[in-house]
Design a protein around this ligand. Structure first.
Ligand code: GLC
Ligand code: CA
Length: 515
């Protein structure tokens, strides 16, 4: 199953632009992250995922890499990043960097060489047709911008040409096979990038668009999975303590076939995860499970999640997230009371959970103009709110020079405002994180089983190992009578859940853990 530290890992995702500015230029940086490591450790998180911090023209917030082996000057130096690894390790924390293997920036030297008319070592590093005047098999491409005659394929935005891992069944002569020397060279180049930071002390990678490597792949993504198995073999052999988490959201493929240790369960319309927190894009209104009395049901989550969980159990971990840099903050629609219950669920489920910076204080989704290709994602990328002071403690630069504006509302949440308040969302998150660390049965491996998912009368209840948990996000009281309650005691509660003579009374908006 991979590195044992994952069993009790609780990740904290940091968007480096917006976490802490250490040199007054208005943009977050690596020394700033180091300055705040004690905060993350105090929260109880023992692992970090840092969004791309490499040299880039920032047309997509750094997911357009210009140099995989160089820290972007605005964030500091390679030495700063190595110091971050060391400082994190000294606190018992692990650090994942963000690997973008599917594409580079069009400013990457590989691409600049590839775009030249004269054949060279990088000509086939990207996917090119051999004629600029024709398109590319119904796929997004750019033509007419280079000296080389050909159209090149895009993997995401116009600034992100697709690296060439070949095609499953090449049917045009310009398509490489997956076992061609050029496709192999791309894999080796990405492995080389991975080794570079692993050798300097990084503990693994979050892998961007991990399913996007081989073009024309089959439905099972079998050729792309084969590449990841090859990379996993390198990890097992040379970096057995390093971890890989995929942006794939398909555990059958990512965990069972490709060999990732973890796979994100992402917010896709109507999938199980979406029904928990962000069910508002579908017609018919927002029936998110954690919105009090919104008519949601845990069954919509379970129907999607359970089969995926059962099939991937023992093969890898499904990662539940509070949010990420692409997803609207959960506080967009959920109150702090609702967030407490949502996080209680996320932090007591199997697999490896991820908290997105600021979600622990209920940072809001802001209405912001796009920045660096963020578009509607920009609203979830605003500066961390540390205090009630200048720029919320994020930076001492003039407010109009910040990377993004801080939440200006008078009641904007902050770490300072919540840290010492036992009723705050932040205090609840700290207690929940501590609870997970205290009980192996709440961690990644202990089995999950539903006890009751008929919420007409009784609360939703589930087992983790020997523990029994119950959750009532509605405003109405629910009661559970079950032989499983015999001889138990309450070890954690939100709201006034009470266990009396083998009967569990759950008032509206409550959560309980019974040992
Ligand atoms: C992933 C990233 C996203 C980025 C895209 C292209 O979805 O999470 O932020 O824009 O890939 O790299
Ligand atoms: Ca800075």
């Amino acid at each position: 199953m991979g590195p044992t530290w994952l069993k009790d890992a609780i990740f904290y995702e940091i968007y480096p632009q917006s976490f802490q500015d250490s040199n007054d230029d208005g943009i977050g940086d690596i020394p700033g992250i180091i300055d705040r490591l004690d905060y993350v450790a105090g929260l109880g998180c023992n692992a970090l995922w840092i969004n791309p911090c490499f040299d880039s023209p920032f047309m997509d917030a750094g997911y357009d890499v210009r140099d995989y082996k160089l820290v972007a000057p605005r964030y500091g130096t390679n030495e700063d990043l190595v110091r971050l690894f060391r400082e994190a390790h000294a606190r018992g924390m692990h650090v994942l960097l963000d690997l973008v293997p599917g594409h580079t920036s069009d400013q990457h030297p590989w691409f600049k060489a590839s775009a030249q008319a004269d054949p060279n070592e990088y000509s086939a590093r990207y996917i090119w047709t051999d004629e600029a005047l024709w398109g590319m098999e119904g796929r997004p491409y750019i033509a007419g911008m280079t000296e080389r005659s050909g159209a090149y394929m895009l993997n995401f935005f116009a600034s992100q040409p697709a690296l060439n891992y070949g095609w499953l069944d090449p049917y045009k002569h310009w398509m490489s096979a997956t076992d061609s020397p050029e496709a192999r060279a791309t894999i080796e180049a990405i492995k080389d990038v991975m080794r570079f930071w692993l050798d300097l002390g990084c503990d693994g990678y979050r892998v961007d668009m991990a399913d996007s490597l081989v073009k024309g792949d089959d439905e099972r993504k079998s050729a792309t999975c084969a590449i990841w198995r090859d990379i996993r073999a390198m990890m097992d052999r040379d970096y057995p303590d390093a971890a890989l988490v995929s942006e794939w959201s398909n555990p059958d493929q990512a965990l069972c076939q490709a060999g990732f240790h973890m796979d994100f369960y992402l917010d896709h319309q109507r999938n199980g995860y979406n029904t928990l927190l962000r069910d508002y894009e579908t017609k018919g209104g927002d029936h998110s499970y954690f919105r009090c009395d919104a008519g949601g049901s845990i069954r919509r989550f379970l129907d999607d999640y359970l089969p995926k969980y059962e099939r991937s159990r023992g093969r890898g971990y499904i990662s539940l997230i509070t949010c990420n840099h692409d997803t609207p903050r959960p506080a967009r629609t959920l109150s702090p009371a609702e967030l407490k219950l949502a996080y209680a669920f996320i932090l007591t489920m199997p697999g490896v959970p991820f908290i997105y910076y600021g979600d622990e204080i209920g940072m809001r989704y802001l209405d912001l103009r796009t920045k660096e290709g963020g578009y509607q994602r920009t609203g979830s990328r605003s500066p961390m709110q540390w205090s009630h002071g200048e720029n919320a403690g994020f930076s001492t630069a003039p407010a109009d020079q910040l990377y993004l504006p801080v939440d200006a509302s008078p009641d904007a949440p902050s770490v300072e405002g919540q840290w010492a308040d036992p009723d705050s969302l932040l205090s609840e998150v700290r207690r929940l994180v501590a609870l997970r660390h205290a009980y192996e049965d709440l961690q990644a491996d202990a089995p999950f089983a539903v006890v009751n998912d008929d919420e007409a009368a009784a609360p939703f209840s589930y087992r983790r190992g020997a523990l029994l948990l119950a959750l009532n996000p509605s405003s109405r009281e629910r009661r559970l009578d079950d032989a499983l309650l015999q001889g138990r005691r309450v070890v954690y509660r939100i709201g006034g859940a009470a266990l009396h003579e083998g009967s569990l009374a759950m008032p509206g908006q409550s959560f309980v853990v019974l040992a």
